[in-house]
Write a protein that binds this ligand. Structure first.
Ligand SMILES: [Fe+2]
Ligand SMILES: [Fe+2]
Length: 433
Protein backbone atom coordinates (compact mmCIF):
# COMPACT_ATOMS: atom_id res chain seq x y z
CA UNK A 1 0.00 0.00 0.00
CA UNK A 2 1.50 3.29 -1.12
CA UNK A 3 0.68 6.57 0.53
CA UNK A 4 1.70 10.01 -0.63
CA UNK A 5 1.55 13.00 1.73
CA UNK A 6 1.76 16.62 0.59
CA UNK A 7 1.78 19.16 3.40
CA UNK A 8 3.35 22.57 2.90
CA UNK A 9 4.98 22.75 6.35
CA UNK A 10 8.09 20.59 6.03
CA UNK A 11 8.17 19.69 9.75
CA UNK A 12 4.51 18.66 9.71
CA UNK A 13 4.96 16.65 6.50
CA UNK A 14 7.81 14.75 8.13
CA UNK A 15 5.81 14.21 11.29
CA UNK A 16 2.78 12.85 9.43
CA UNK A 17 5.06 10.55 7.45
CA UNK A 18 6.79 9.23 10.56
CA UNK A 19 3.56 8.78 12.40
CA UNK A 20 1.81 6.95 9.59
CA UNK A 21 4.80 4.64 9.18
CA UNK A 22 4.81 3.91 12.90
CA UNK A 23 1.16 2.83 13.05
CA UNK A 24 0.74 1.10 9.70
CA UNK A 25 2.65 -1.02 7.26
CA UNK A 26 2.05 1.43 4.41
CA UNK A 27 4.93 2.66 2.30
CA UNK A 28 4.74 6.38 3.00
CA UNK A 29 6.30 9.26 1.09
CA UNK A 30 5.77 12.59 2.84
CA UNK A 31 6.94 15.89 1.41
CA UNK A 32 6.30 19.61 1.38
CA UNK A 33 7.29 20.02 -2.30
CA UNK A 34 4.83 19.66 -5.17
CA UNK A 35 7.69 18.54 -7.47
CA UNK A 36 8.31 15.49 -5.24
CA UNK A 37 4.63 14.60 -5.43
CA UNK A 38 4.64 14.84 -9.22
CA UNK A 39 7.59 12.48 -9.23
CA UNK A 40 5.92 10.11 -6.76
CA UNK A 41 2.76 9.99 -8.84
CA UNK A 42 4.62 8.37 -11.72
CA UNK A 43 4.22 5.06 -9.83
CA UNK A 44 0.77 3.87 -8.68
CA UNK A 45 -0.48 5.41 -5.43
CA UNK A 46 -3.28 4.09 -3.18
CA UNK A 47 -3.82 7.06 -0.90
CA UNK A 48 -3.05 10.72 -1.52
CA UNK A 49 -3.13 12.94 1.58
CA UNK A 50 -2.84 16.65 0.97
CA UNK A 51 -3.53 19.95 2.65
CA UNK A 52 -6.66 21.77 1.60
CA UNK A 53 -4.81 25.06 1.39
CA UNK A 54 -3.23 23.80 -1.77
CA UNK A 55 -6.69 23.69 -3.34
CA UNK A 56 -7.73 27.08 -2.00
CA UNK A 57 -4.57 28.63 -3.35
CA UNK A 58 -5.27 27.08 -6.73
CA UNK A 59 -2.14 24.95 -6.49
CA UNK A 60 -4.05 21.89 -7.49
CA UNK A 61 -1.81 20.50 -10.18
CA UNK A 62 -0.79 17.57 -7.99
CA UNK A 63 -4.41 16.80 -7.19
CA UNK A 64 -5.35 16.80 -10.89
CA UNK A 65 -2.33 14.72 -11.74
CA UNK A 66 -3.29 12.16 -9.11
CA UNK A 67 -6.88 11.99 -10.39
CA UNK A 68 -5.66 11.50 -13.94
CA UNK A 69 -3.04 8.86 -13.14
CA UNK A 70 -4.65 7.07 -10.19
CA UNK A 71 -8.42 7.50 -10.52
CA UNK A 72 -9.01 4.86 -7.86
CA UNK A 73 -6.70 6.35 -5.24
CA UNK A 74 -8.38 7.41 -2.00
CA UNK A 75 -8.17 11.18 -1.51
CA UNK A 76 -7.63 12.50 2.00
CA UNK A 77 -7.82 16.20 2.71
CA UNK A 78 -6.13 17.89 5.67
CA UNK A 79 -8.29 20.88 6.46
CA UNK A 80 -11.48 22.10 8.06
CA UNK A 81 -14.12 21.41 5.41
CA UNK A 82 -15.26 18.09 4.02
CA UNK A 83 -15.34 17.70 0.28
CA UNK A 84 -17.38 15.29 -1.84
CA UNK A 85 -16.10 11.76 -1.75
CA UNK A 86 -12.89 12.72 0.04
CA UNK A 87 -11.89 11.70 3.53
CA UNK A 88 -11.29 14.65 5.87
CA UNK A 89 -8.48 14.91 8.43
CA UNK A 90 -9.20 17.87 10.69
CA UNK A 91 -5.98 19.76 11.06
CA UNK A 92 -6.71 20.81 14.65
CA UNK A 93 -6.19 17.30 15.97
CA UNK A 94 -4.09 15.61 13.38
CA UNK A 95 -2.54 12.76 15.32
CA UNK A 96 -5.86 11.44 16.58
CA UNK A 97 -7.49 12.02 13.19
CA UNK A 98 -4.81 9.96 11.47
CA UNK A 99 -5.31 7.18 13.97
CA UNK A 100 -9.07 7.26 13.27
CA UNK A 101 -8.36 7.20 9.57
CA UNK A 102 -6.54 3.89 9.88
CA UNK A 103 -9.82 2.41 11.15
CA UNK A 104 -11.88 3.79 8.24
CA UNK A 105 -13.23 1.23 5.76
CA UNK A 106 -11.21 2.58 2.81
CA UNK A 107 -7.94 2.23 4.76
CA UNK A 108 -8.77 -1.21 6.11
CA UNK A 109 -9.80 -2.28 2.61
CA UNK A 110 -6.35 -1.29 1.38
CA UNK A 111 -4.19 -2.43 4.29
CA UNK A 112 -6.25 -5.47 5.19
CA UNK A 113 -5.65 -5.23 8.94
CA UNK A 114 -7.44 -3.30 11.64
CA UNK A 115 -5.39 -0.89 13.76
CA UNK A 116 -7.56 -1.53 16.79
CA UNK A 117 -5.98 -3.08 19.89
CA UNK A 118 -7.56 -3.57 23.30
CA UNK A 119 -6.43 -1.40 26.23
CA UNK A 120 -5.15 -2.74 29.55
CA UNK A 121 -7.30 -2.24 32.64
CA UNK A 122 -6.22 -3.39 36.09
CA UNK A 123 -8.39 -5.87 38.04
CA UNK A 124 -8.04 -3.55 41.03
CA UNK A 125 -9.77 -0.78 39.14
CA UNK A 126 -12.60 -3.07 38.06
CA UNK A 127 -12.95 -4.24 41.66
CA UNK A 128 -13.24 -0.62 42.79
CA UNK A 129 -15.92 -0.03 40.19
CA UNK A 130 -17.72 -3.11 41.52
CA UNK A 131 -18.96 -3.98 38.08
CA UNK A 132 -17.39 -4.69 34.69
CA UNK A 133 -17.63 -1.42 32.78
CA UNK A 134 -17.24 -3.22 29.44
CA UNK A 135 -16.54 -6.71 28.14
CA UNK A 136 -13.22 -7.75 29.65
CA UNK A 137 -10.70 -9.77 27.70
CA UNK A 138 -7.63 -11.75 28.65
CA UNK A 139 -4.59 -11.72 26.42
CA UNK A 140 -3.37 -15.17 25.49
CA UNK A 141 -0.84 -14.09 22.90
CA UNK A 142 -0.42 -11.71 20.00
CA UNK A 143 -3.82 -11.17 18.42
CA UNK A 144 -5.25 -13.84 20.66
CA UNK A 145 -7.88 -12.69 23.13
CA UNK A 146 -10.50 -14.44 25.17
CA UNK A 147 -13.54 -12.75 26.66
CA UNK A 148 -13.71 -13.44 30.41
CA UNK A 149 -16.42 -11.14 31.73
CA UNK A 150 -19.43 -9.49 30.19
CA UNK A 151 -20.20 -5.83 30.60
CA UNK A 152 -22.38 -5.26 33.67
CA UNK A 153 -21.27 -8.43 35.53
CA UNK A 154 -20.59 -7.81 39.21
CA UNK A 155 -16.90 -7.84 40.11
CA UNK A 156 -15.98 -7.91 43.78
CA UNK A 157 -12.92 -8.58 45.90
CA UNK A 158 -13.33 -12.32 45.43
CA UNK A 159 -13.16 -12.06 41.65
CA UNK A 160 -10.16 -9.72 41.89
CA UNK A 161 -8.24 -12.08 44.19
CA UNK A 162 -9.07 -15.12 42.05
CA UNK A 163 -7.84 -13.33 38.98
CA UNK A 164 -4.66 -11.98 40.54
CA UNK A 165 -3.80 -15.24 42.31
CA UNK A 166 -3.36 -16.81 38.88
CA UNK A 167 -0.66 -14.25 38.18
CA UNK A 168 -2.88 -12.36 35.75
CA UNK A 169 -2.29 -8.67 36.01
CA UNK A 170 -4.41 -7.07 33.36
CA UNK A 171 -7.73 -7.24 31.65
CA UNK A 172 -8.18 -5.65 28.29
CA UNK A 173 -11.02 -3.46 27.10
CA UNK A 174 -11.79 -2.89 23.44
CA UNK A 175 -10.81 0.60 22.35
CA UNK A 176 -14.38 1.24 21.19
CA UNK A 177 -15.61 0.63 24.78
CA UNK A 178 -13.27 3.17 26.36
CA UNK A 179 -15.70 6.05 26.33
CA UNK A 180 -18.41 3.95 27.98
CA UNK A 181 -15.89 2.86 30.60
CA UNK A 182 -15.02 6.48 31.34
CA UNK A 183 -18.56 7.16 32.49
CA UNK A 184 -18.08 4.63 35.30
CA UNK A 185 -14.82 6.24 36.38
CA UNK A 186 -16.16 9.72 36.59
CA UNK A 187 -18.37 9.05 39.60
CA UNK A 188 -15.71 6.95 41.29
CA UNK A 189 -13.00 9.59 40.92
CA UNK A 190 -15.22 12.51 41.90
CA UNK A 191 -16.18 10.77 45.13
CA UNK A 192 -12.63 9.71 45.92
CA UNK A 193 -10.80 11.08 48.92
CA UNK A 194 -7.23 11.00 47.66
CA UNK A 195 -5.83 10.63 51.12
CA UNK A 196 -7.73 7.43 51.67
CA UNK A 197 -7.21 5.56 48.48
CA UNK A 198 -3.99 6.39 46.71
CA UNK A 199 -3.41 3.17 44.73
CA UNK A 200 -6.64 3.86 42.87
CA UNK A 201 -5.06 7.08 41.59
CA UNK A 202 -2.16 5.23 40.03
CA UNK A 203 -4.49 2.61 38.50
CA UNK A 204 -6.79 5.27 37.11
CA UNK A 205 -3.87 7.31 35.82
CA UNK A 206 -2.51 4.26 34.03
CA UNK A 207 -5.78 3.42 32.32
CA UNK A 208 -6.45 7.03 31.38
CA UNK A 209 -2.96 7.28 29.91
CA UNK A 210 -3.67 4.33 27.62
CA UNK A 211 -7.15 5.60 26.79
CA UNK A 212 -5.84 9.02 25.77
CA UNK A 213 -3.07 7.44 23.77
CA UNK A 214 -5.30 5.07 21.86
CA UNK A 215 -8.59 6.95 21.78
CA UNK A 216 -7.53 10.57 21.83
CA UNK A 217 -8.93 13.55 23.60
CA UNK A 218 -12.65 12.85 23.56
CA UNK A 219 -14.44 15.16 25.92
CA UNK A 220 -15.41 12.40 28.30
CA UNK A 221 -11.85 11.07 28.58
CA UNK A 222 -10.54 14.60 29.06
CA UNK A 223 -13.01 15.21 31.88
CA UNK A 224 -11.96 12.04 33.68
CA UNK A 225 -8.27 12.79 33.02
CA UNK A 226 -8.80 16.22 34.58
CA UNK A 227 -10.32 14.60 37.66
CA UNK A 228 -7.48 12.09 37.87
CA UNK A 229 -4.90 14.88 37.63
CA UNK A 230 -6.62 16.76 40.47
CA UNK A 231 -6.65 13.61 42.56
CA UNK A 232 -2.98 12.99 41.87
CA UNK A 233 -2.20 16.51 43.10
CA UNK A 234 -4.21 15.91 46.27
CA UNK A 235 -2.20 12.73 46.88
CA UNK A 236 1.08 14.60 46.29
CA UNK A 237 0.08 17.29 48.80
CA UNK A 238 -0.87 14.69 51.34
CA UNK A 239 2.63 13.17 51.20
CA UNK A 240 5.43 15.71 50.84
CA UNK A 241 7.94 12.91 51.45
CA UNK A 242 8.54 11.34 48.06
CA UNK A 243 9.52 7.88 49.28
CA UNK A 244 6.40 7.58 51.40
CA UNK A 245 4.25 8.80 48.49
CA UNK A 246 5.81 6.17 46.23
CA UNK A 247 5.28 3.41 48.77
CA UNK A 248 1.64 4.29 49.23
CA UNK A 249 0.67 4.94 45.65
CA UNK A 250 2.30 2.08 43.73
CA UNK A 251 1.83 -1.65 43.75
CA UNK A 252 4.42 -3.94 42.09
CA UNK A 253 2.31 -4.31 38.95
CA UNK A 254 2.21 -0.62 38.13
CA UNK A 255 4.06 0.09 34.91
CA UNK A 256 7.24 2.15 34.64
CA UNK A 257 5.37 4.87 32.80
CA UNK A 258 2.85 5.59 35.56
CA UNK A 259 5.65 5.70 38.14
CA UNK A 260 7.66 8.01 35.92
CA UNK A 261 4.69 10.37 35.46
CA UNK A 262 3.60 10.57 39.08
CA UNK A 263 7.13 10.91 40.47
CA UNK A 264 7.74 13.80 38.06
CA UNK A 265 4.52 15.43 39.32
CA UNK A 266 5.70 15.08 42.89
CA UNK A 267 9.20 16.46 42.34
CA UNK A 268 8.19 19.31 40.00
CA UNK A 269 5.43 20.43 42.40
CA UNK A 270 7.89 20.42 45.31
CA UNK A 271 10.29 22.57 43.26
CA UNK A 272 7.51 24.97 42.22
CA UNK A 273 6.52 25.34 45.88
CA UNK A 274 10.12 26.18 46.80
CA UNK A 275 10.14 28.79 44.06
CA UNK A 276 6.95 30.33 45.42
CA UNK A 277 4.94 29.37 42.30
CA UNK A 278 2.03 28.14 44.31
CA UNK A 279 -0.99 28.89 42.13
CA UNK A 280 -3.38 26.03 41.45
CA UNK A 281 -2.93 26.74 37.71
CA UNK A 282 0.83 26.05 37.96
CA UNK A 283 0.34 22.77 39.81
CA UNK A 284 -2.34 21.70 37.30
CA UNK A 285 0.02 22.51 34.41
CA UNK A 286 2.77 20.40 35.96
CA UNK A 287 0.54 17.43 36.75
CA UNK A 288 -1.16 17.55 33.34
CA UNK A 289 2.18 17.77 31.54
CA UNK A 290 3.48 14.87 33.63
CA UNK A 291 0.52 12.69 32.62
CA UNK A 292 0.75 13.59 28.95
CA UNK A 293 4.40 14.28 28.18
CA UNK A 294 5.29 10.84 26.80
CA UNK A 295 1.93 10.00 25.27
CA UNK A 296 3.34 10.17 21.77
CA UNK A 297 6.18 7.70 22.41
CA UNK A 298 6.36 4.91 19.85
CA UNK A 299 7.71 2.46 22.47
CA UNK A 300 7.28 3.25 26.16
CA UNK A 301 10.52 1.95 27.56
CA UNK A 302 12.52 4.18 25.22
CA UNK A 303 12.14 7.34 27.28
CA UNK A 304 14.58 6.28 29.96
CA UNK A 305 17.06 4.75 27.56
CA UNK A 306 17.28 7.78 25.29
CA UNK A 307 17.24 10.31 28.10
CA UNK A 308 20.30 8.62 29.56
CA UNK A 309 22.00 8.70 26.17
CA UNK A 310 21.26 12.37 25.56
CA UNK A 311 22.25 13.32 29.12
CA UNK A 312 25.59 11.59 28.66
CA UNK A 313 26.25 13.86 25.68
CA UNK A 314 25.57 11.26 22.99
CA UNK A 315 24.65 12.89 19.68
CA UNK A 316 21.23 11.64 18.73
CA UNK A 317 20.44 13.59 15.64
CA UNK A 318 22.36 11.90 12.87
CA UNK A 319 22.41 8.44 11.45
CA UNK A 320 19.83 6.91 13.75
CA UNK A 321 17.52 4.08 12.84
CA UNK A 322 13.88 4.99 12.03
CA UNK A 323 12.66 4.01 15.48
CA UNK A 324 15.02 6.42 17.21
CA UNK A 325 14.17 9.10 14.66
CA UNK A 326 10.48 8.65 15.47
CA UNK A 327 11.34 8.81 19.16
CA UNK A 328 13.09 12.13 18.72
CA UNK A 329 9.81 13.55 17.42
CA UNK A 330 7.69 12.59 20.44
CA UNK A 331 7.93 15.98 22.15
CA UNK A 332 6.69 17.72 18.98
CA UNK A 333 4.04 15.14 18.34
CA UNK A 334 2.87 15.23 21.96
CA UNK A 335 2.62 19.02 21.93
CA UNK A 336 0.60 18.90 18.71
CA UNK A 337 -1.72 16.25 20.19
CA UNK A 338 -2.75 18.29 23.22
CA UNK A 339 -3.08 21.72 21.65
CA UNK A 340 -6.47 23.40 21.77
CA UNK A 341 -8.18 20.94 24.09
CA UNK A 342 -10.59 22.53 26.49
CA UNK A 343 -9.45 21.10 29.80
CA UNK A 344 -5.72 21.31 29.25
CA UNK A 345 -4.19 24.41 30.89
CA UNK A 346 -2.64 26.90 28.44
CA UNK A 347 1.09 26.43 27.68
CA UNK A 348 1.13 22.82 28.84
CA UNK A 349 2.09 21.98 25.25
CA UNK A 350 5.21 24.11 25.69
CA UNK A 351 6.36 21.91 28.59
CA UNK A 352 5.85 18.83 26.41
CA UNK A 353 7.83 20.38 23.60
CA UNK A 354 10.73 21.22 25.94
CA UNK A 355 10.85 18.14 28.17
CA UNK A 356 13.93 16.55 26.51
CA UNK A 357 15.93 19.74 26.09
CA UNK A 358 19.04 20.19 28.23
CA UNK A 359 20.64 23.41 29.53
CA UNK A 360 23.84 23.05 27.50
CA UNK A 361 21.98 22.49 24.23
CA UNK A 362 22.50 18.72 23.97
CA UNK A 363 18.82 17.85 24.16
CA UNK A 364 16.18 17.43 21.48
CA UNK A 365 14.13 18.02 19.36
CA UNK A 366 15.39 21.58 18.94
CA UNK A 367 18.68 21.56 20.86
CA UNK A 368 17.69 24.68 22.81
CA UNK A 369 20.11 26.24 25.27
CA UNK A 370 19.25 27.32 28.82
CA UNK A 371 18.17 30.93 28.07
CA UNK A 372 15.70 29.69 25.44
CA UNK A 373 13.91 27.34 27.84
CA UNK A 374 10.83 28.56 29.74
CA UNK A 375 10.83 28.75 33.58
CA UNK A 376 8.33 25.93 34.04
CA UNK A 377 10.06 23.97 31.29
CA UNK A 378 13.33 24.17 33.26
CA UNK A 379 11.65 22.90 36.42
CA UNK A 380 10.00 20.05 34.52
CA UNK A 381 13.24 19.06 32.74
CA UNK A 382 15.10 18.83 36.04
CA UNK A 383 12.23 16.93 37.71
CA UNK A 384 12.13 14.58 34.70
CA UNK A 385 15.87 13.98 34.99
CA UNK A 386 15.55 13.31 38.75
CA UNK A 387 12.64 10.88 38.29
CA UNK A 388 14.52 8.97 35.60
CA UNK A 389 17.57 8.58 37.84
CA UNK A 390 15.53 7.63 40.92
CA UNK A 391 13.67 4.90 39.09
CA UNK A 392 17.02 3.41 38.17
CA UNK A 393 18.21 3.48 41.76
CA UNK A 394 15.82 0.81 42.95
CA UNK A 395 13.79 0.82 46.16
CA UNK A 396 12.70 4.26 47.50
CA UNK A 397 14.08 3.51 50.97
CA UNK A 398 17.54 3.67 49.36
CA UNK A 399 17.00 7.10 47.87
CA UNK A 400 19.32 9.80 49.20
CA UNK A 401 19.31 13.45 48.21
CA UNK A 402 23.11 13.74 48.05
CA UNK A 403 23.35 10.70 45.75
CA UNK A 404 20.65 12.10 43.46
CA UNK A 405 22.29 15.53 43.24
CA UNK A 406 25.63 13.91 42.55
CA UNK A 407 24.27 11.83 39.68
CA UNK A 408 22.52 14.85 38.21
CA UNK A 409 25.84 16.76 38.24
CA UNK A 410 25.34 20.24 39.71
CA UNK A 411 27.64 21.95 37.20
CA UNK A 412 25.40 21.28 34.22
CA UNK A 413 22.24 22.91 35.62
CA UNK A 414 22.89 26.61 35.20
CA UNK A 415 21.96 29.42 32.81
CA UNK A 416 18.44 30.68 32.14
CA UNK A 417 16.06 29.42 34.80
CA UNK A 418 18.05 26.30 35.63
CA UNK A 419 20.08 27.84 38.46
CA UNK A 420 16.95 28.65 40.42
CA UNK A 421 15.39 25.31 39.56
CA UNK A 422 18.48 23.53 40.89
CA UNK A 423 18.39 25.49 44.15
CA UNK A 424 14.72 24.62 44.54
CA UNK A 425 15.49 20.94 44.09
CA UNK A 426 18.31 21.15 46.64
CA UNK A 427 16.01 22.83 49.16
CA UNK A 428 13.09 20.51 48.68
CA UNK A 429 13.14 17.84 51.34
CA UNK A 430 11.90 14.99 49.20
CA UNK A 431 13.79 12.27 51.07
CA UNK A 432 16.74 12.01 53.50
CA UNK A 433 20.08 13.66 52.72
FE1 LIG B 1 9.90 11.87 26.81
FE1 LIG C 1 9.40 11.13 30.12
Amino acid sequence: MKVLVLEQTAELAELIGLYLSSISSAEVTATHRTEDVMEGLKAPVDVFIFNQQFMAAGVDAAYKECLARNPRAAMVIIGEKAQDGHYLLQSSNLVQEIKEMTKAPFWRGLSGKPAELPLPLSPYLVYRLGVCPADLFLKLGDNNWVKLFHRGSPFGEEEQKKFESKGLREFYVLAEDVQKTMGYFEDLLSALKASEDVPLIADASEFIWHALKENGFHEEIQRVAHLAVKQSLAAVRKDPELASFVEKIFRPEHAWMVRHNLIITHIACAMATQLGWTSEQTYMKIATAALLHDLALPRHDMDEEIWLLSASGEKLKEGMDPEVKAFLQHPIEGAQMIRRHKLIPPDTDKILLEHHELPEGGGFPRGLTAPQISPLGAVFILAHASATILLQEGHPTKWRMTALLERLTASRWHGGHFGKAWQALEKSELFPK
